[in-house]
Design a protein around this ligand. Structure first.
Ligand code: SF4
Length: 454
């Protein structure tokens, strides 16, 4: 180790939606490496340890190394000439970069979508349909005496969720941590999170909606037939006890994961859970929150919402934003063959999308921005190599409870940030759109919404 060591206090881990901002990083400034990440969990430690600055060209066109300027020019040309360009990804970059991506999509009358559409998209629909009784994780830490996890396994996906926010964390009105809380885990199988729970409720796969609706009925004093157990795997006695605990707690919280949102029922499941939390406010204070995966997926929802009115799956083809999941979500746009160009930011859909969508990506010009080589960057027409947010760049990210957090970078990268590249593309796209004025871009030179967006 060199002697040129720097310590970065209160740095932020952007690996998962917990966005822990109490990291103490030891940075070897000669080797450009983080040698120690105090307070990080096992996932966070790996995230920091694996990050090295990298080397090689910052951009490629069809696999040929080029300058960033050349790549920006080509990417801008592709986006302006396309009739239905799509933008996708965005959950692992800063809000500032996300804002530029919305503006670009707006100028070229494209389609913008984020990884929310393949994780908590159903919750996004449910929020709009049902509403949200919400909170911050700080409130949970200080006040919650009943914590229910539904369809998630935070012990493995968000290792500090228990200790920092919701289970063993000691707060103002929960000075004894876990001893002051009753913790319930609802899932279809026993996971490594189960040992932390005071009560584990195992339901049959695909029966979340039925159980949630039965709980709502019991909260409202309706009668439920004991045959509910045959249908759902959960006895009436267990449900009745749980409802009593819910109604009589001081501050209850329902955390829900993809085990709820991506199984049979989808947005009906999320909606039922949000409605249950609202119902319980007749008796006590009850809140609900999705446990989000990527470091800034919550920021993506916020930025796309505040600029378009909708959280994901937004289409600008008609010159104004339209929201229609199933039509304007990326898997559908690609699988149907609607998109004729794609800009993918900090995501790798070529490694995990359905085959039809990946096959279509191979037929159209793809622009990729990523910190590393991926399946998507390998098939891209224009590929940018970028700096890592939170480690190399500052900016803003949103924790899963919609609290914005400022990043403190550890060391500089030889590669530009997403923000730098997207700002350059946005400026060039604006110039090209003003010159070209093709039918589908007519009127956009004035940049109606764009001037609001950036
Ligand atoms: S819980 Fe998530 S944000 Fe916190 S240190 Fe672990 S990986 Fe990073």
């Amino acid at each position: 180790m060199s002697e040129n060591i720097r310590t970065v206090e209160n740095a932020t881990c952007t690996f998962c939606g917990c966005v822990c901002d109490d990291m103490i990083l030891t940075v070897d400034m000669d080797e450009h490496r983080i040698t120690k990440a105090k307070n990080a969990c096992i996932l966070g430690r790996a995230w920091f340890a694996e990050h090295t600055p990298g080397e090689g060209p910052p951009a490629f066109i069809d696999g040929r190394p080029v300058s960033v300027d050349e790549a920006v020019e080509e990417a801008s040309r592709v986006l302006v000439e396309a009739r239905c360009p799509i933008t996708y990804g965005l959950s692992d970059t800063t809000c500032e970069a996300q804002r530029q991506a919305v503006a670009i999509t707006d100028i070229v009358r494209g389609n913008i979508d984020t990884t929310t559409s393949v994780c908590h998209g159903p919750s996004g629909l449910a929020f709009q349909g049902v509403g949200e009784s919400t909170m911050t994780l700080g409130e949970v830490k200080n006040r919650a005496d009943l914590v229910i996890y539904w369809g998630g396994n935070p012990a493995e996906s968000h290792p500090r969720h228990f200790g920092r926010y919701a289970v063993t964390a000691k707060g103002m009105f929960t000075p004894n941590g876990k001893k002051d809380r009753y913790v319930v885990l609802v899932d279809v199988r026993r996971t490594p999170s189960a040992p932390v729970a005071s009560l584990f409720v195992q339901l049959k796969p695909g029966k979340d909606f039925e159980v949630l609706w039965a709980l709502r009925a019991l909260v409202k004093g309706r009668r439920i037939d004991p045959s509910i157990e045959e249908e759902t795997g959960v006895s009436l006695e267990t449900l009745t006890d749980l409802v009593e605990r819910m109604k009589n707690c001081r501050y209850g919280v329902l955390f829900f994961g993809m085990g709820l949102t991506m199984t049979r029922g989808r947005h009906f499941n999320s909606g039922a859970l949000l409605a249950l939390a609202s119902d319980l406010n007749e008796f006590t204070h009850f809140v609900a929150k999705p446990v989000r995966g990527h470091g800034n997926v919550t920021g993506a929802d916020n930025v796309v919402s505040w600029q378009t009115g909708y959280p994901f799956g937004v289409n600008f083809n008609r010159g104004f934003p339209r929201f229609n999941p199933g039509e304007f979500t990326t898997v559908d746009m690609l699988s149907r063959g609607d998109a004729d160009a794609a800009m993918i930011i900090a995501s790798d859909p070529a490694s995990n999308f359905p085959k039809a969508a990946i096959e279509h990506m191979k037929r159209i010009p793809v622009i990729s921005l990523d910190t590393k080589e991926t399946e998507t960057s390998r098939l891209a027409h224009v590929a940018f190599r970028t700096a890592t947010y939170g480690i190399n760049t500052g900016g803003t990210v949103y924790r899963m409870d919609d609290v914005p957090i400022t990043l403190r970078p550890a060391f500089e990268s030889p590669f530009p940030s997403d923000l730098v590249i997207l700002t350059a593309i946005r400026k060039r796209v604006q110039e090209l759109a003003a010159k070209a004025q093709p039918t589908h871009l007519a009127g956009l030179a004035q940049g109606t919404r764009t001037q609001l967006s950036v």
